[in-house]
Design a protein around this ligand. Sequence first.
Ligand SMILES: NC(=O)c1ccc[n+]([C@@H]2O[C@H](COP(=O)([O-])OP(=O)(O)OC[C@H]3O[C@@H](n4cnc5c(N)ncnc54)[C@H](O)[C@@H]3O)[C@@H](O)[C@H]2O)c1
Length: 252
Amino acid sequence: MSGEQKLKGKIAVVTGGSRGIGRVICLKLARLGANIFVNDVCDQAIVQGILDEIAGAGGTGSFLPFDVADTEASSKALKSVIKDHGGVHILVNNAGITRDSLLARMKAKDWDLVMSVNLKGAFNCTQAVIMAMIKQRWGRIISIGSVVGSMGNPGQANYAASKAGLEGFTKSVAREVASRGITANVVAPGFIETGMTAELPEKVKDRLLSQIPAGRMGSPEDVAEAVGFLASEEASYITGQVLHVNGGLICD
Ligand SMILES: NC(=O)c1ccc[n+]([C@@H]2O[C@H](COP(=O)([O-])OP(=O)(O)OC[C@H]3O[C@@H](n4cnc5c(N)ncnc54)[C@H](O)[C@@H]3O)[C@@H](O)[C@H]2O)c1
């Protein structure tokens, strides 16, 4: 098998894959040979860009629209992929949102929304594919956490809790299914240049940069490389781990 096509024959679902980090993960897994299902809540027209890029790289990609926070919709969409294509091998729980505010002013609805997309979304999607992975005795569940889940961040109590929750979720799933050839890991990015961080005020960005030993923000490619590795056969003995991709922002 050529190094570039290590994931040939594998079916991968990437949630929130139309832009940012998810988009680059889709492209990375496609270049490795996986058949990609790009999930998102946006219109087909927006996803077409990444589908064209996947095709341009010689890969295969389709749009799989659903809201990860909706248990029934997630299950229906993922079960249809399993039925029509014989399985899901790689699930990347990447969809994530922020609704930042200091705790004193945080609205309960913003707590609930962030939890339902970032944490319950991972539960919904993982539960929908786990039996198929168990039956095929091979699976990779990779959830995109955040450095903030480990270190906290003022104004992000909801987001940090959801990302810390993903770590506990992942470690439990890893222990449940390790004997079936399935791994579950978290890739925890630091501060990555995407739409999510473009909204940060310059002052905040400068402060953040001064704390990153690598002296730069990360790129979506930095994150996608880690995901590509964890999805590979070579990473079959790595499970229940949090792989930090943060330029040394935290070292633990
Ligand atoms: N950008 C960063 O610096 C950074 C750092 C650490 C972690 N992360 C995490 O990486 C992941 C991707 O972040 P990004 O910066 O690319 O964000 P982004 O906002 O650019 O992309 C997120 C994608 O998720 C989709 N999405 C939102 N809600 C959804 C839902 N309910 N169902 C399906 N799709 C949904 C959005 O439409 C969007 O395409 C997130 O989980 C985020 O928390 C990002």
